[in-house]
Ligand binder design. Sequence first.
Ligand SMILES: Cc1cc2nc3c(=O)[nH]c(=O)nc-3n(C[C@H](O)[C@H](O)[C@H](O)COP(=O)(O)OP(=O)(O)OC[C@H]3O[C@@H](n4cnc5c(N)ncnc54)[C@H](O)[C@@H]3O)c2cc1C
Length: 543
Amino acid sequence: MNIDVGLPAEHGTRPKLGLARQRQGGSQAAREGCYPLVERQGIDAFMSLRLPEADADVLARRDEIVAAMRAIVPGEGVIDDPDMLRPYESDGLTAYRQPPMLAVLPETTEQVSLILRWCHDNGVKVVPRGAGTSLSGGALPLADAVLLGMAKFNRILEIDYLDRIAVVQPGVTNLGVSQAVADEGFYYAPDPSSQIACSIGGNVAENSGGVHCLKYGLTTNNVLGVELVMMDGQILRLGGRTLDSAGLDLLGVVVGSEGLLGVVTQVTLRILPQPEMARALLIGFSSVEAAGQCVADVIAGGIIPAGMEMMDRPAVHAAEAFVNVGYPLDVEALLIVELDGPENECAYLIGEVERIALANGAISCRISRDEEERLSFWAGRKAAFPAVGRLAPDYYCMDGTIPRRRLPQVLRGISEMSERHGLGVANVFHAGDGNLHPLILYDANQPGQLERAEAFGNDILRLCVEVGGVLTGEHGVGVEKRDLMPVMFSEVDLAHQQRLKCAFDPDLLLNPGKMFPVLHRCAELGRMHVHHGQVPFPELPRF
Ligand SMILES: Cc1cc2nc3c(=O)[nH]c(=O)nc-3n(C[C@H](O)[C@H](O)[C@H](O)COP(=O)(O)OP(=O)(O)OC[C@H]3O[C@@H](n4cnc5c(N)ncnc54)[C@H](O)[C@@H]3O)c2cc1C
C-alpha cells in the first residue's frame, strides 16, 4: 500500500497525501509550526503531514545541481531519471513516498565532503540514506533535496581480533559484520530483525536494537568511533578504538541522531567472542499479565537473559501457522527466553528461569535440547512480522518503550483501544527491555482504516509516555513520531535539542522535517516563535 506524500512542485501538482496527525496532539507551537500543510486527498485536513516546503528556486536550478554533482561523482553515481529514482521514493514506512530531486551515490569520504560543501554553499538540502529500511520515515526523500545514498560504502576496512574491533564503511550490512568475523568465533551483538538488509550507517543513525541488546547493549554500546562529515563538508573523527575517549561525548550525541547532524562515513565497532553455548526456553501462560510478571521477576532476580521476547495469542497463532515449529496454541502469551555463556552457568540460569516461570503460573515450558531446537524456537518469533501479514491486508508496526512492570497495564490498554478503534492488533515485543511492537491490523482499501490505524498508533504511544515510557524503542522518530514529540518533551527540552542540531547544521539543510515538530531558524531559537511562517522583523538579516 503506497500513498504519495506529494510531487515536486515542478510537476505542477499539488501535494496530495500524508501522515496522520491528531488535531489535539502536541503543543500550540507544534500545531501552528512553520511546516506547510500537506493534506491528504479527500480526507479531513487535520490528518496531514507537514514537510518543509519545496524551494521553487532550488527546483528551478535542478540542471545546475545535477551538473555540479556529476563533477564530483562521475559515471553512474548521479541519478536524475524519474524512473531510476523510483526505488528511492520510500523507506520501510511504505505508506508514504516522495521521489527525491536527484540521487547521488558517492564512494569516498572526500566525495561526501565535496557534495555536502557544495550543497551547503548553494542552499540545497540533503537526505542521507542507507538501505532504506527505516520504519519511521527517516530516509523519506524531499522533493527539493539531494538523496545521498551510502550503499557504495560497502567495505570492511579492518578487523582486529586482539583489540576486538572491526572498522567498517557505513553501507556494510549488519549481518555482513557478523559473517565477516564468524570464522574466528566472533560476532557483532546488536541484531535488528532487518539485519540481512539494514546498514551499519542506518543502525548508527537510529541507534538500532535487537533481541540480544538486552544483555549486550544497543548500537550505542557497541560503537567505539565514527568518521562524520558535517553539512559544511568538514570531516570529524569522534571516539576511537577504546571504550572511552577524552572530551565531550559527541559520539553519544551522533549515535541515534537520525541523519540530522552529519553523514557517517566510517564506523569502528566492538566485536564479541561467540558464547560457549546458548539455550532457550519456550514458556506458555494463560494470561499476558502472568507473562509480564514473569519477565519482571526474571530481571528482578538478577538474571539478564541474552534475549527475552513475548508474543500474544494472535501473534503466536499467526507465527505457528507460518513456520510450524510446535508453538503451544492454548496460551494467551508465549515467552522465549535465551540464556548464554559457559555450560554450567547456562544450566543453572535455565533452572532459575524455569522456577520463576512456574511460580508465575506457567502452563507449559519447553527447554531446547540442541541447537536445532533452539533455532526452531526463534524461527516463529523471527517470522512473526510476515506471519502477522497473513491476518490482514495491511499492518502498522508501532514502536514504544515502557517500564517493564507496566506491561500488563499497557497490554490491557492496547486491547481496549483495539475495541474502540475497531481494529485488531497482534503484540510482538522485546519484553526484556520493555520495547513494544504492537502490529495494528487494517485494510488500506477500506476507506478510513488507515487513518484509524494511525490514530490507534498515536494512542498507544501516548499511553507509553503516560506510564513513564518513551515514544520510540529502536525505530527512531523520523516523520512518523515527529509531531508526538511534544507529548514527551517540553518546549524547553525540544529547543535545547534543536540547539544541538544548529551547532552541527546551522542552516538546517541536513534531513530537515524529521524529528523536530517545529522548524525554528537557528538564529531565533529560544527567542521567538515563527507563527504561520511570518518571521518577526523580516527585514533583518539572519545568519
Ligand atoms: C522488517 C523490518 C524489521 C526491522 N526490525 C528492526 C529491529 O529489530 N530493530 C531495529 O532497531 N530496527 C528494525 N527495523 C528498522 C530499520 O531496519 C533500522 O532502523 C535500521 O537501522 C535502518 O538502517 P538502514 O540502513 O535501512 O537506514 P535507512 O532506512 O536508509 O535510514 C535510516 C536513517 O538513518 C539515516 N542514515 C542512514 N545512513 C546514514 C549515514 N551513513 N550517515 C548518517 N545518517 C544515515 C537516514 O537519514 C535515516 O534518517 C526493521 C525494519 C524492517 C523493515
